[in-house]
Design a protein around this ligand. Structure first.
Ligand SMILES: Cc1cc2nc3c(=O)[nH]c(=O)nc-3n(C[C@H](O)[C@H](O)[C@H](O)COP(=O)(O)O)c2cc1C
Length: 474
C-alpha cells in the first residue's frame, strides 16, 4: 500500500490545478499526423490557450531552449525545436485571454536581473497580474557558446547565481510603494514623490544601482515557478519559489517528492504548504479504457518514428547509427567514449557511455524490444503518462488531490492545437464532479488563482536576514 503520510504539518488542499506546457517539437510531440497544426504560428498558441482558459486552467507555460540540441556536431532537429521567445509570445497571448496565468521559462545563467525583472514586470502589468517566471539555470554547457560564454558556470555555481539573481530581482520588484500611482488627475505627479525607491544592491554576484521603472502589478510581483531537480535545485525552490514544475508525476514518486520538498521548505523557515507542486504530465484519453490503449499505441508510433529512434541512440552512442534497422535490435557496435563533448547534447554520458550501452542492450534483449520500442519506453513519457477512460483517469487524479501528492499537473499536449480538447470537454467536468477541480476562476490574478499569499517585501534587511547560500550583501 502506498504511504500517503506527508508530515511536517502539511495539509492536503484536496484540489488540483491544471497548466498547459506548449513544448515545441520533441519526442513527445506528434507533428507528422494530418491533424497536427503549426508549431510556430500564433494561431496554434491562441487556439490552445483559449481552450485551456475555457477549462479554467491556471497557467499557460512556455519552456526555453536557447540552442538547438546537437549530436555528432549537427543540430538535432527533432528535439526542442520551434520555441519562440516566451515573453514575446505570452505578451501576445495576454491580449487574447483574460484569466489564465502566463509562465515564461527564463534562465538565471545568461540573463541580467535588472533587465529580466523589468521585462517580467511589463508582462505582469499588461496582463493584469497574470505573469510568472519559471526560473531555470539551464543544463548544457554548450548553450553558453551563444553568449561567448562556453562552459560558463558549473552546476553548483549555477544555483548560487540563481539565488543571487532571484534575490536581486525581488528587491527590484519590491521597491515601489503600494498605491504609488496617482488616482486623480488633480494629483501633482503621476507617481507619488518617493514611491519609486532606488535599489542599491551590492552583492557578491550582482551589483545593481537602479531605480525600477514600473510600479507593482495587481498581483504585487510575478509568481515564481522553478524547474530543476538536484538537491541544490530543490533547496533553491524551497527558499524562493511559489510553485515547482516537477518531473515526478507517478503517485508514489510524487508523494516522496512532496515529503522532501515540505521538509526543505520548513527547514528554510517557510510554511509546509507554501510551495505548490505541478509535475509534467501527458494525457491519452478516450471514452473507454480499450480505446485509450489503442490510442496510446497510435500516439507512441508517431512520437518515436524511425528517425527519432535512431537519432536518440546516436546521442548516447556518439556515432552514426543510420545503418541500423529501427525495428531491429539495439546496435551491436560500442559507443564512442569521451570524457567531454560540447556537441553530443542532452544524451551525452561521457566515460559512462559504454556501461550505459551494455545495460540498455541487455535490457532490450531481455524484454525483446526493438530500437523503436526501446526508445519509446525510455523517453520519460512512460512515467508521466495518464492513459485511460475519462472517468478512470479522473479517479486516479482525485487520489493525488486527496493525498496532497501534487497541487496540479502541467500537461504537455502531444497534438497542437487540438490536444486539450478532450481534456477540457471530458476530464475537467469529471474532476469537477469529484469536487477536486475549480468551477470558476478564484480571482483575476495568477496569484489568486493559485491560492498564493501576498509576498513579504524583500529589502536589504530581509535579504541580510535570510543568510542563504545566495546573495551575500557586501
Ligand atoms: C520539469 C523540468 C522542466 C525544465 N524546463 C527547462 C526549460 O524549458 N529550459 C531550460 O533551459 N531548462 C529547463 N529545465 C532544466 C533546469 O533548468 C536545470 O538546468 C536542469 O534540470 C539541471 O538542474 P538540476 O540538476 O537541478 O535538475 C527543466 C527542468 C525540469 C525538471
Amino acid at each position: 500500500m502506498t504511504d500517503t503520510h506527508i508530515g511536517n504539518g502539511f495539509v492536503p488542499s484536496g484540489k488540483l490545478q491544471l497548466g498547459i506546457f506548449f513544448q515545441g517539437v520533441n519526442s513527445g510531440t506528434v507533428w507528422k499526423s494530418p491533424e497536427s497544426g503549426s508549431q510556430t504560428d500564433f494561431e496554434s498558441f491562441r487556439r490552445i490557450a483559449q481552450t485551456a482558459e475555457r477549462g479554467l486552467f491556471a497557467a499557460f507555460f512556455l519552456g526555453e531552449g536557447l540552442r538547438l540540441r546537437e549530436h555528432l556536431g549537427r543540430p538535432h532537429a527533432l528535439d526542442v525545436v520551434g520555441r519562440p521567445d516566451a515573453q514575446t509570445m505570452l505578451a501576445a497571448l495576454a491580449a487574447v485571454t483574460t484569466r489564465i496565468g502566463l509562465v515564461a521559462t527564463q534562465n538565471t545563467t545568461y540573463n541580467d536581473p535588472a533587465d529580466l525583472a523589468h521585462r517580467l514586470s511589463s508582462l505582469d502589468l499588461l496582463s493584469g497580474g497574470r505573469a510568472a517566471w519559471n526560473v531555470v539555470t539551464t543544463d548544457n554547457a554548450w548553450t553558453g557558446a551563444n553568449f561567448r560564454r562556453g562552459g560558463y558556470l558549473d552546476h553548483a555555481d549555477r544555483y548560487v547565481h540563481a539565488e543571487a539573481f532571484v534575490t536581486t530581482a525581488k528587491r527590484i520588484w519590491d521597491s515601489w510603494e503600494d498605491g504609488a500611482i496617482a488616482e486623480t488627475p488633480a494629483a501633482p505627479a503621476w507617481a507619488a514623490p518617493g514611491s519609486a525607491r532606488p535599489v542599491h544592491h551590492q552583492g557578491k554576484h550582482y551589483t545593481v544601482d537602479y531605480v525600477p521603472r514600473l510600479p507593482r502589478s495587481a498581483q504585487y510581483r510575478p509568481v515564481l515557478f522553478q524547474a530543476g531537480d538536484s538537491p541544490e535545485g530543490r533547496d533553491f525552490a524551497a527558499r524562493q519559489a511559489d510553485v515547482i514544475f516537477s518531473a515526478h508525476p507517478r503517485l508514489d514518486d510524487a508523494l516522496d517528492f512532496r515529503r522532501d520538498i515540505v521538509g526543505r521548505t520548513v527547514r528554510a523557515g517557510r510554511g509546509a504548504n507554501d510551495v505548490k507542486i505541478m509535475p509534467a504530465s501527458e494525457f491519452i484519453l478516450a471514452a473507454t479504457p480499450q480505446e485509450a490503449l489503442e490510442k496510446k499505441d497510435w500516439v507512441r508510433s508517431l512520437q518515436i518514428g524511425p528517425e527519432q529512434a535512431i537519432a536518440y541512440l546516436e546521442q548516447f552512442w556518439g556515432r552514426e547509427l543510420q545503418g541500423f534497422d529501427p525495428d531491429g535490435p539495439l546496435p551491436d557496435i560500442d559507443p564512442v567514449v569521451e570524457e567531454t563533448s560540447e556537441t553530443r547534447g542532452s544524451g551525452f554520458h561521457g566515460a559512462k557511455a559504454k556501461q550505459l550501452a551494455d545495460q540498455w542492450r541487455a535490457e532490450a534483449m531481455d524484454k525483446g524490444l526493438s530500437i523503436r520500442q526501446f526508445v519509446s519506453a525510455r523517453t520519460s513519457r512512460g512515467d508521466s503518462s495518464f492513459t485511460g477512460s475519462y472517468t478512470e483517469v479522473a479517479d486516479r487524479l482525485a487520489e493525488y488531490a486527496h493525498t496532497g501528492a501534487v497541487d496540479g499537473f502541467n500537461i504537455s499536449p502531444w497534438l497542437i492545437p487540438t490536444g486539450l480538447d478532450d481534456i477540457v470537454n471530458h476530464l475537467v467536468p469529471a474532476l469537477q464532479e469529484r469536487g477536486v477541480y475549480p468551477t470558476e476562476y478564484a480571482g483575476a490574478t495568477l496569484r489568486e488563482n493559485l491560492g498564493l499569499a501576498t509576498p513579504v517585501r524583500q529589502d536589504a534587511d530581509t535579504v541580510r536576514l535570510q543568510l542563504t547560500v545566495g546573495e551575500q550583501l557586501l
